[in-house]
Design a protein around this ligand. Structure first.
Ligand SMILES: C[S@@+](CC[C@H](N)C(=O)[O-])C[C@H]1O[C@@H](n2cnc3c(N)ncnc32)[C@H](O)[C@@H]1O
Length: 295
């Protein structure tokens, strides 16, 4: 058997000099490319983060320097295949179950009762929620848990959740619905019992969302920069949380304006707590700092 160090050299032959860095021009080209596709601003302060993440792509395409990688992408035909990976590499996917938990109380106490009272007398009641920057699905599955709890404790209703994101890697994780044990710790214990499956192997700490919830949640690739998207136009609530902060002000307004075309009259828009001011200039009534209703 080869020694471990030899095995490592064999599978990962490219050694990157730690001192290598992106030139101003290379960083600007990457920032422009990413910004043009995703709307994400990459100011100079993000250079170290971008370098760290691009390093992984350099290894994957067999380049040993940033200049070699940039030449490959911009001059040598690598752009088409590399742009998706670059987007995966530079997006920030930080999320949690029950992140900013007040919003899930708004869902339970206000949005669900409002939807149910609107559909009084209808043969079938359904609630549609869109998690528009879904990351690994924690937000969409939190919504599903809250709706399942609410539907189980009062008037029955049907519900579906759409999760969308620009990052193909993170969407694959969302569809898999498998999470490390410590990542699901914000889920209340009784909901963990009902909605998370543990492995039969006691040494495995990973958990998976139960099929009953997975069936309710669909994931789709969607770029918020696109002019149009194939999403229903009668969505009851859109969670657009912790993504607008990466865009400049005109882009934020354009993104929210496009999303509102998919919200039914009287539907709800929930932004991240640090994004609460963004909704105030649009056709929206502010109900709470980061909760809006389409008027
Ligand atoms: C920080 S996460 C927020 C996740 C979740 N909404 C939350 O609040 O926990 C931001 C997500 O927005 C996605 N994103 C960034 N730019 C996007 C774009 N132009 N279109 C769609 N998704 C985008 C990223 O891939 C990332 O998964």
């Amino acid at each position: 058997m080869a020694p471990a160090s030899a095995a490592r050299r064999k599978s990962n032959p490219i050694v990157l000099p730690a001192s290598d860095s992106l030139s101003d021009e290379e960083f600007t080209r990457i920032a422009d490319l990413v910004g043009g596709h995703t709307g994400i601003r990459l100011p100079a302060g993000k250079r170290t983060m971008v370098e760290g993440r691009i390093r992984k792509r350099m290894r994957a395409v067999g380049q040993s320097s940033f200049s070699g990688y940039c030449h490959y992408v911009f001059e040598d035909g690598g752009l088409a295949s590399e742009v998706t990976h670059m987007i995966d590499a530079v997006t920030t996917n930080k999320t949690d179950f029950f992140r900013e938990p007040e919003h899930f109380e708004v869902l339970r106490r206000q949005i669900v009762p409002d939807c149910l009272s609107r559909s009084k007398g209808a043969a079938k009641t359904g609630i549609k929620v869109w998690s528009a920057a879904a990351s690994n699905g924690a937000e969409a599955y939190t919504i599903a848990m809250v709706l399942a709890e609410t539907a189980g404790s009062g008037r029955k209703f049907d519900y579906s959740i759409l999760g969308t994101d620009i990052s193909t890697d993170i969407l694959a994780q969302a569809r898999r619905a498998v999470y490390p044990g410590d990542f699901v710790s914000p889920v209340p214990a009784e909901m963990q019992q009902r909605y998370l499956m543990r492995s039969r192997d006691p040494s495995a700490s990973e958990v998976r969302i139960v099929p009953e919830l997975r069936r309710r949640v669909g994931f789709m690739h969607l770029n918020l920069m696109d002019e149009k998207y194939p999403v229903d136009t009668d969505v009851d609530a859109i969670f657009l949380r912790n993504v607008l902060i990466y865009f400049d002000k005109p882009t934020q307004a354009a993104v929210v304006g496009r999303l509102l075309r998919h919200l039914r009259p009287g539907g709800y828009l929930l932004l991240g707590h640090s994004e609460s001011m963004i909704g105030t200039s649009l056709r929206l009534k502010q109900l709470a700092p980061s909760v809006f209703k389409l008027v």
